[in-house]
Design a protein around this ligand. Structure first.
Ligand SMILES: C[S@@+](CC[C@H](N)C(=O)[O-])C[C@H]1O[C@@H](n2cnc3c(N)ncnc32)[C@H](O)[C@@H]1O
Length: 235
């Protein structure tokens, strides 16, 4: 019996794993799953609206920059997703008709493994899609040693936001050095998208100081402050 008050199911631990960035816990609550990372509630499978918007808005904005609206180099838009999580963003990218290739950077082997099992319905088996390259690495390391490619949409959701990182090292991503490395990954029409649980004071200004056009897209959630998606065009 795992149903408790207000129709919410009491979470049951499915698996604990020693992660690269601290302990990872996968919990099941009724039909849904939750990920706890390094003691921080990271996300669950209940909604996903803002995680999907993160990708859709970035790809659409990149296409809007492109006069002919066609894909990059004729092969479709190239997307980088930082953080696999439960896979909402990956599934959204693969469902977008203009997307030709998706690179997913995820540092936690346990998270990747869960997509062969309980989380597979949320990524819709996306890791097996031939258009997907999985890079099992720390995103910060990938940024510091870029492989040479550029992306039309760089979609980042590795934390609860610029001011609420799951591990201290991730904070570098949202500062001037991290943003400059991200800008260097963008194609001529490229767009950076950053997810945040709520507005991140000062972050929008930092984007404005480095990128061409910045938008803040609030996404209402059932309880609390709206999630926020920051969009920034290549400088
Ligand atoms: C909030 S979840 C991503 C949610 C995702 N947008 C979705 O739709 O499900 C964050 C993910 O980023 C991963 N992550 C955290 N820090 C990372 C880092 N430095 N490099 C790569 N992945 C990281 C976590 O393991 C987790 O899978």
């Amino acid at each position: 019996m795992d149903v408790i008050g207000e129709g919410r199911a009491e979470p049951v631990v499915v698996e604990r794993a020693a992660g690269v960035g601290g302990e990872l816990v996968l919990r099941r609550a009724g039909a849904d799953y939750e990920i706890i990372s390094n003691g921080t509630f990271l996300m669950d499978t209940r909604n996903g609206e803002s995680e999907r918007l993160l990708v859709r808005a970035a790809v659409d904005a990149a296409l809007a920059q492109d006069e002919d609206g066609g894909g990059a180099g004729g092969g479709g838009a190239r997307v980088l997703i930082g953080g696999l999580g439960v896979g909402f963003s990956l599934a959204e990218a693969l469902a977008h008709p203009a997307v030709g290739h998706v690179t997913v950077v995820e540092r936690e082997p346990a998270v990747v493994g869960w997509h062969a099992g309980p989380l597979r319905p949320w990524s819709r088996g996306g890791l097996d899609d031939p258009r997907v390259t999985l890079v099992r690495a720390d995103l910060l390391d990938v940024l510091e040693r870029p492989a040479g490619g550029v992306f039309d949409a760089v979609c980042l959701d590795i934390d609860n936001g610029p001011h609420w990182t799951v591990t201290p090292g991730n904070a570098r991503l949202y500062g001037p050095v991290g943003l400059d490395l991200l800008a260097a990954l963008l194609s001529a029409r490229g767009v950076l998208a950053v997810w945040s649980a709520g507005a991140a004071p000062g972050f929008g200004d930092l984007l404005v100081s480095r990128f061409a056009r910045v938008e803040e897209l609030p996404v209402p959630v059932p309880r609390g402050e709206p999630d926020m998606v920051y969009l920034a065009r290549r400088p």
